[in-house]
Write a protein that binds this ligand. Sequence first.
Ligand code: SF4
Length: 259
Amino acid sequence: MCYKHQFYGIMSHRCVQMTPTLRCNQRCLFCWRSFEHEVHEEEECSPEEILAGIPGLQKRALSGYKVSPYVTDERFSEAMDPKHIAISLSGEPTLYEPLPALIDLFNSHGYTTFLVSNGTRPDVLDKCRAFQLYVSLDAPDKETYIRLCRPSGDTWESVQESLGLLGSKRSAIRITLVAGMNDSNPMGFGRLVGDSGAKYVEVKGYMYLGYSRKRLDRRSMPEHSHVRSFAERVAAASGYRIRDESPLSRVVLLERGEA
Ligand code: SF4
């Protein structure tokens, strides 16, 4: 189980991680995907094709676990019948035009959906009825955002607009903390969080993984103690409270206080 089980009760072995597009309009330094082998053209599948493809592809992705001594038969067969879909892997999902229809289709087939977005397309997010919506907030100000997330357009205001949608949905803000890059202004993050109305905030340490290793140093990965003390200061500045934490995943969960 990953920390989403601990925080939200998600059964990790029944959760499909997927993306409807590999394209992205940001080039975050901490992203694990490759910018060096970027996809420039892709053919969009319809929501129905994506839904139909999931069982077979999930089976293929997990097939090696069948022979693992750590996986019981019962858990393996449960994993073949997924219940959750995390639209979050690589690429910005709102660049897939039929995203709202895809989520509605998943919902109508009984899946719970987590949607993770960089927040640059609030018009699309507003139409999405995901079980839980995540918007990334990786900078307390525009200058840090441009330096760290390297957007292809002027999208800082759009991210702010997306944060403004969160009060009306079950929602979370994801802060990826990168040591030496965006960890000096917890008050600034706290102000944006406090104004957002999001139910949850995850303050998560950057992980030195994938292609991000070509752009950042191992020392960019903050210790859990640093993530925790940063999260405490964001909480103090925003009026949120610390709800839970997972030192192994270097993540701290904040929750909005009841008014
Ligand atoms: S927004 Fe997400 S997918 Fe896009 S570059 Fe940043 S981390 Fe990677």
